[in-house]
Ligand binder design. Sequence first.
Ligand code: NI
Length: 393
Amino acid sequence: MDLKSKVSGIMPQVHELRWQIHRYPELSLQEKQTAALVERELMEIGLTPCRVTDTGVVAVLSGGRPGKTIALRADMDALPLQEKTGSKYCSQVDGVMHACGHDVHTAILLGVARLLTSIRENLAGNVKFIFQPAEENNPTGGAKPMIDAGVLDNPQVDAILALHVWPDLPVGSIGVRQGAMMAASDRVFLTVEGQNSHGSAPHQGVDAIVAAAHVITALQTVVSRNVNPLEAAVLSFGTIKGGNRYNIIANQVELEGTCRTLNPAIRQLMENRLAALAPQVAAGLGAKCEGRYVHGYPALINSDQGYELLRQAGEETVGKEGVIIPPYSGMGAEDFAFFLEKVPGGFFWLGCTKPGDPVIPLHNPEFLPAEECLAVGIEVLVRAVMNYLTLSQ
Ligand code: NI
């Protein structure tokens, strides 16, 4: 039996699982029912799941012959949104929904586990299935706590793969690129301190609002003047709060923003320049500026081997024309990046919009991936694992 028919054979079960997970979405670190469902399914397949962190589930499949260990990771958490898809398996939990497709990721990985277990005798090495909580919980996330708890050890993981449904790509295609796929996402907190005075007598105080305006403008020059124009960096302030009354010179302004980068060296440059420039601009105006730069998820960077493995498995699944090499990385963040900091591997985008349908973005209450994407995701991962565990003998 060829692989495509094997995948078709398990799809009814996979869709059932996906609908079940979609109906009962759980927020980050509350994935109790989902983790229990994953455990039940893994046991039914014949694997022995264990918990790594409270709601993280892991199982190892040993092939017929010894070899390397490849890990596959799916995230399981949902978002605080009221679903508006009108699907037959709509969320039954008020105000919580799988609006980022993690239900699809979890069901795909369960399908992959079922299929690979049925052909375990042909595998030379091990497959570690990692079901991760709290991907949406930036900056802590769920990947780093699992890594700290030893999920990459015993057996030690040699390579790791994951996917994310991607509405910008049509169903039946995948997107994968060399190097950075997703951005580092850091948070910037600034407090500008001045001194109150009457609005009619600004010379008697230090205007924190005017100082903050200069700080904001000056910080934009870090992107435009300090970062190599061929590198990516985004600095956006999303909140600014200051002042108490229209005719009082404000003594304090608080700013909060996000900094996105694709290259660890540029990330460091942004952090260093923000820390150096903001206090000096404020000082030049007689104010003070203190800041905190909080690291979120790092940039997600595919290793050359991980990229090659996914590209090849993708071509075997959807043909050369179905494998899209996106010209740009995503500037969103993914905590799978923490795994790729420790182990070489790859991450790909799974096309999930039907041709002709409107593109509904991730984290939108109407987001609902086309169901045909699940079989594609399963086949790509199964082929990548089979190729890796043959190659690495
Ligand atoms: Ni997501």
